[in-house]
Design a protein around this ligand. Structure first.
Ligand code: RRO
Length: 335
């Protein structure tokens, strides 16, 4: 069952999902997420071939009070497409998440449209596809040298959206959801333009687009070491993607902008700075169907999902809310 079809009652489980990226590279890490309270398991973005990623150091943390943000320039290290779709991994994931299992989301981030389409071809041919809930196409990795962000290059982005959403793997498997992991956008005309490209792909228009994630890290962040007068990270001149609580406000702005512009059948998943149940609540208030947790998952480990869910439940109880629909998207503008 697709995690987006699980809405109603059971969607509550899927409400906090790990984000692709931190602690999602190895089978062991994915099984730990399956055993945790996470509502679903999402893989590291896969390429066709295994990659070791950029040179070290490629990750740093930024502490503001008791909150940890991050800058990374990992460079898409992953075990390769086959590792994230092999039957034995999918079986172990199901066994680890007993009794009912939980949705498994395959993130892909091919270095070209052709590479993404090739992975979808392989998926169509494989028996694994029936155990996948969603394919999340990452169009927002800021860290591969020489590869500008697809989500910021609108002519290329439009071609990618059209070709991927027309792939037969989605029509042949109606329960397989298609999602796109978007970069953060910063200006109203850009939200209009992206929504204008996404809306024709909505289910209500006969398309297959199930959801978008707002958003990936904010690129071109630069951590500086004042003592050594050097960059903190090595790859790409020291630049990397900024994530965690410092981008939460930007992520919530993206959730709200897209929620008000996208067809109702396209879910918006919030991703950015979710550390507590209050943060998850705020994202949902902005219109998020579910939230993903990245930096906090890396810092705290998979027990964060239980804590965040308990904090969210406590907050809802205090406010007298029984269901997420009682407050989802109901943010009021201050008069
Ligand atoms: O691996 C990475 O460097 C990376 C990826 Br693919 C991404 O989508 N976002 C990010 O912050 N880092």
């Amino acid at each position: 069952e697709s995690f987006l079809k699980m809405q109603a009652e059971t969607f509550k489980r899927a409400v906090r999902v790990n984000a692709s990226g931190p602690r999602t590279n190895t089978e062991q890490q994915l099984l730990e997420i399956a055993r945790s309270s996470a509502g679903a398991v999402c893989s590291k973005s896969a390429t066709l071939e295994e990659r070791s990623g950029n040179d070290q150091p490629r990750y740093t943390e930024i502490q503001l009070g008791d909150r940890t943000s991050s800058i990374n320039s990992e460079g898409l290290p992953n075990k390769g497409f086959a590792a994230y779709t092999e039957a034995s991994l999918l079986r172990r994931l199901r066994e680890s998440a007993e009794p009912a299992g939980k949705p498994y989301i395959l993130s892909i981030s091919g270095l070209s449209l052709q590479e993404n389409l090739r992975m979808l071809d392989l998926l169509l041919e494989s028996g694994s596809v029936e155990h996948l809930s969603a394919v999340e196409v990452n169009v927002a990795c800021p860290n591969v040298p020489g590869k500008p962000l697809v989500g910021y290059d609108f002519p290329q982005f439009e071609a990618v959206l059209k070709e991927i959403s027309a792939h037969p793997v989605f029509t042949a498997n109606p329960t397989l959801a298609l999602g796109f992991k978007l970069p953060p956008y910063l200006d109203a005309p850009l939200f209009d333009a992206v929504a204008g490209m996404l809306n024709p792909l909505a289910k209500s228009k006969g398309g297959v687009l199930g959801y978008v994630v707002c958003c990936n890290t904010l690129g071109s962040a630069l951590a500086v070491d004042v003592e050594t007068e050097t960059t903190v990270l090595h790859p790409k001149g020291g630049f990397g993607g900024l994530g965690g609580p410092v981008v939460r406000y930007l992520a919530m702005g993206n959730v709200s902008h897209f929620r008000s512009r996208l067809d109702e059948s396209i879910h918006v998943v919030g991703c950015g700075g979710v550390c507590t149940g209050e943060d998850a609540f705020a994202h949902i208030l902005c219109g998020a169907t579910a939230v993903q947790v990245a930096t906090q998952h890396r810092v705290e480990g998979p027990t964060c999902f239980y804590r965040i869910a308990e904090e969210l439940k406590d907050l809802m109880r205090r406010k007298g809310y029984k269901r997420l629909e009682d407050f989802r998207g109901k943010l009021k503008v201050l008069l």
